[in-house]
Design a binder for this molecule. Structure first.
Ligand code: SAH
Length: 250
């Protein structure tokens, strides 16, 4: 059986049990992928739910699918992992977003800290990278790019998660393995916080710990921020059993 193709749709393109696709995705489905009436595909809006749908009708500028089944996507992790990344030079942030999307993260929230030098975020580029990555790695959930927060705001929203790991390049006492192993097995919401190229300050570490985060080391070498983000998130996914099983062929 050949593998079903996946397409991302806009929420408003779904009307009851029909999906009406127009614009560039219509062109892609009909003219490039050569879909015809009766063909099956997997469509989704990026919320982690797969819509198994069959082409019902092809019109001049739109293709109409009929939904046959709706089911959670098997590639979406149970662990809802969110990364808070201090602003980085834009290509470094883009790298991090692409890799974190592949690892199955829920969201990336950029923030500004004491030693942050990078100025802004090219949010449109990051959103595009997250969408393209979702397609490439066959996720039906799209990594959400949130608006940039202050460091204070990041700390204030930590209660949204069950635990938060503050990756601190000068932490000596606690390693990430110890911190992850101490978390309860059934945990579902976890945050990882990564500093800027200039690193975190002592004061920021104290504030983060006071806000309930666990300060962790990623080892005796200084990693680039984007490497630290990928490494810490990989460890977390591994700890909660999300690095197992093969990609499902539908
Ligand atoms: N300029 C700083 C390093 C910053 S590295 C210095 O020279 O000390 C950027 C960020 O990556 C850090 O703020 C931290 O969040 C993370 N990071 C890098 N290496 C790390 C390590 N060994 N342990 C924990 N976090 C690390």
């Amino acid at each position: 059986m050949s593998k079903l193709k996946r397409f991302l749709i806009l929420p408003e393109e779904r009307v009851g049990d029909r999906i009406v696709v127009s614009g560039s995705e219509f062109h892609h489905i009909v003219n490039v992928m050569r879909f015809s009436v009766g063909d099956l595909a997997i469509l989704g809006v990026g919320d982690g739910v797969d819509l198994l749908a069959r082409v019902h009708e092809i019109l001049k500028d739109k293709v109409i699918f009929r939904i046959e089944e709706e089911r959670p996507n098997p590639a979406e992790p149970r662990l809802q992992l969110s990364a808070y990344l201090a602003l980085l030079k834009s290509d470094h942030l883009e790298f991090a977003v692409q890799k974190l999307s592949e690892l199955g993260l829920r969201s990336v929230t950029p923030f500004v800290s004491e030693h942050t030098v990078a100025k802004g975020v090219r949010a449109d580029r990051l959103v595009k990278i997250a969408r393209e990555s979702a397609k490439q790695c066959e996720r039906s959930g799209i990594l959400q790019i949130r608006e940039t927060l202050s460091f204070d705001r990041v700390l204030r929203e930590l209660p949204l998660h069950e635990a938060a790991l503050f990756c601190c390049e000068f932490e000596r006492a606690t390693g990430i393995r110890q911190a992850l192993n101490a978390l309860p097995e059934g945990l579902t919401r976890l945050a990882v916080i990564i500093g800027p190229e200039g690193g975190f300050s002592e004061k920021e570490k104290e504030e983060a710990v006071r806000a309930g985060a666990v300060s962790v080391s990623l080892g005796p070498r200084i990693l680039r921020a984007e490497t630290a983000a990928v490494a810490a998130c990989t460890c977390a996914m591994y700890r909660f059993g999300e690095m197992e099983g093969a990609a499902e062929v539908l």
